[in-house]
Write a new protein. Structure first.
Length: 701
């Protein structure tokens, strides 16, 4: 029985064992087939990715050595040439195909039609340009080095003192305006008062004459009382024939009536003159009060300020008129008007003008005249003293302005430095950089501005410190102080860009450019000035730098003079005079500083601290922070680099993207690998019995 059982097991035709083996072996085979191809595809993917990166990296090694002078990296060849090199590098690094009948694990083949190379960014892009500058300078110019010049100002507290100087200048102008306003109001009041006094004197004299004439007529008529007048009138009425004999009484009555009527009108007019004077005095009194309040405010601020200047003492010497001054002024005028009013009342109440009346009238008239003369003498003396003091003050201010103007004119004579003759040889170069507007030629600068979508707007602030008049230079000094103080308190993260500019480009006193490639550049010893100001000529850029340096030292030297003002100027009572005197002397000393700077020497920031100095280069560093405009400055740098190496930076690739497609033959079942792609497990593209792998690499300097 057992023998038959074993026979059925091995010789049965039902095929259960075969089916069983197929069910077990086929899945195992398929699994291993997929696994082997999947492993080969992954190995190929890694190889392709590595080779693409190698190709891109190899291309980046071919940078332009001319750009190394500027610490920049950019490719030399064009994209077509680099694409051929890129394909060759990938092909050479793929696993080679061996001839023979043995099995080859990878047989990668590069698809030449699917090799691409793209330039993503160039050195014309200012984001890339800036990044390369920062990478170059962070090792060469530590920020501590750049901050060194800031400490020169902090150590001397010059920033705080400059702020105090600028504040004093503003206060001086405001106080001078109030002084001028009060003085004008007092002049107007005195002019009106003089007219009032003249009118009062004219009227008094006029009515003295009329009273004298009435007295004379009365004597001719024989009038001594009101009864005499009434009797004379009755006689005239009874006997009209006697009218010719009594014409004196008619003239007397007409003159008396006309005198009474006219004195009322003249008093009204004189009262209006008086009211006009009072209104003018009220305006002057109000101006005096404003000046007093401002003076007291500034004195309190100066006493509380830790940065008080010695010149603040001038506030104590400003003349303020007390209430008694204006009270006496008004009272004196009022007495004269009251005296004339008394004469008017006396005349209007008089029935006759006879001896007794005339005597009393003349006594009152003489009293009014004495009041007029006394007021003219006393108040006139005060007015003459005020006008004389103000005139002397204006004369001194004019002298200081002339001194300031003369120093500025001397500074303007030293602006030249580009050409010995009138024809500037650099004009064609600037035309290439900035273009020629009349010919509608944009220039290199505009090209890089437009490339980076920076709209070209020539800001007037780029050249704010042209040397004009002395007064304008003084105002510019105050403006410079405010701008400088803001920069020092809000220091920005742009020092590397400034250091790069000063190290890679030449400037007016750059001695290193005499023995380097800087000496052979088209713009000799003026590149930094052009980058900073961007003007259209050598003379203009030199003038802008010179003018700003002069304004800076004018501000500092003016400050030093304000710290030690002259006592006679303080006693003058004019803050503006003190400031003008300080500015005039500061302008002379700043001129000496500029002479040394142009020779390449260093000058002290403050004379009381001669060991702390700055030179031309450090001043340019300061100005680049003050006028910081990354877009414009970098556009000018890019324009200069293109000018110097004669290659457009938009052709200098710094950031490239390379991609390639490589196919690998599948050993087993391609459809199974394709199914893995749909599941996201594999990323190769199956075509026939080959799997195509595409890889992309992006790299930059």
């Amino acid at each position: 029985m057992k023998k038959h059982a074993w026979k059925r097991l091995f010789v049965s035709s039902k095929g259960s064992v075969s089916v069983y083996l197929i069910v077990i072996i086929v899945p195992i085979f398929l699994f291993h087939a997929v696994l082997i191809d999947y492993a080969r595809v992954n190995l190929a993917e890694r190889e392709v990715e590595m080779n693409v990166k190698t190709g891109v990296r190899s291309l980046l090694s071919g940078f332009d050595t001319n750009l190394q002078t500027y610490g920049l990296f950019g490719l030399t060849e064009n994209m077509a040439e680099m694409k051929s090199t890129f394909s060759e590098i990938i092909s050479e690094n793929l696993t080679p195909q061996y001839s023979g009948t043995y099995i080859q694990l990878l047989d990668a083949q590069l698809n030449a039609n699917k090799v691409s190379l793209k330039s993503v960014y160039t050195l014309a892009n200012q984001i890339v340009f800036r990044q390369q500058i920062l990478e170059d300078m962070k090792y060469k110019a530590p920020i501590e080095y750049s901050l060194e010049f800031v400490n020169k100002f902090k150590k001397t507290d010059v920033t705080k003192q400059l702020n105090a100087s600028a504040q004093f200048s503003g206060n001086a102008e405001k106080l001078e305006m109030l002084l001028e306003q009060r003085n004008t109001a007092l002049d107007d009041a005195w002019n009106e008062a003089t007219q009032f006094l003249d009118h009062a004197e004219t009227n008094r004299t006029l009515y003295d004459g009329k009273i004298a004439k009435l007295q004379k007529l009365a004597d001719q008529i024989g009038l001594n009382s009101l009864g005499n007048i009434q009797s004379s009138i009755a006689t005239i009425e009874q006997n009209m024939q006697q009218m010719n004999d009594n014409h004196y009484i008619i003239e007397y009555m007409a003159l008396l009536q006309e005198t009474k009527l006219s004195i009322s009108y003249d008093f009204t007019m004189l009262s209006e003159d008086y009211n006009t004077v009072i209104e003018k005095l009220k305006l002057a009194e109000n101006d005096n009060l404003q000046l007093s309040n401002e003076k007291n405010r500034l004195i309190n601020e100066a006493n509380e300020s830790p940065d008080k200047l010695s010149s603040d003492e001038i506030f104590q010497h400003i003349l303020i008129y007390d209430l008694e001054y204006f009270s006496q002024y008004k009272t004196g005028l009022g007495k004269i008007l009251a005296s004339f009013s008394g004469l008017k009342t006396r005349l209007e109440n008089a029935a006759i003008i006879a001896a007794n009346f005339s005597q009393q009238w003349m006594q009152d008239s003489d009293s009014m005249n004495e009041q007029n003369l006394q007021f003219r003498q006393q108040q006139g003396a005060k007015e003459d003293q005020r006008k004389q003091a103000y005139s002397q003050m204006n004369q001194k201010k004019t002298e200081q302005k002339d001194k300031l103007n003369q120093a500025v004119q001397e500074a303007k004579k030293a602006l030249n430095g580009c050409s010995l003759f009138g024809n500037d040889s650099f004009n064609p170069i600037y035309a290439k950089l900035n273009g020629v507007s009349s010919q509608n030629t944009p220039g290199l600068y505009n090209k890089y501005q437009n490339y980076n979508s920076n709209l070209e707007v020539m800001d007037a602030a780029e050249h704010p410190y042209a040397l004009e008049s002395g007064e304008k230079a003084s105002k510019n000094a105050t403006s410079w102080i405010q701008q400088f103080s803001g920069m020092m308190t809000g220091f920005r993260d742009e020092l590397y860009l400034d250091e790069y500019t000063l190290s890679k480009f030449n400037y007016r006193t750059d001695s290193s450019s005499n023995d380097s490639d800087k000496a052979n550049r088209p713009l000799k010893n003026q590149e930094v000035e052009y980058i900073l100001y961007g003007l259209n000529s050598c003379a203009a850029n030199y003038s802008a730098a010179y003018g700003e340096m002069y304004v800076m030292f004018l501000a500092i030297r003016t400050l030093e003079q304000l710290i030690k003002p002259q006592n006679e100027l303080l006693n003058a009572g004019s803050p503006l005079l003190v400031f003008l005197a300080a500015a005039a002397q500061g302008a002379v000393e700043a001129l000496d500083d500029m002479s040394n700077l142009m020779k390449g020497k260093a000058v002290p920031v403050l004379k009381k601290a001669p060991q702390i100095t700055v030179d031309y280069k450090e001043l340019l560093r300061i100005f680049m922070l003050l006028h910081l405009d990354d877009g414009k400055m970098m556009s000018r740098m890019q324009a200069l680099i293109e000018l110097n190496i004669d290659v457009p930076l938009e052709q200098k690739t710094t950031y490239i993207q390379g991609s390639a497609a490589v196919s690998v033959r599948l050993w087993f079942i391609p459809e199974l690998i394709k199914s893995l792609n749909s599941l996201g497990i594999s990323h190769c593209r199956v075509q026939a019995n080959r799997c195509e792998i595409t890889k992309t690499a992006v790299m930059s300097y």
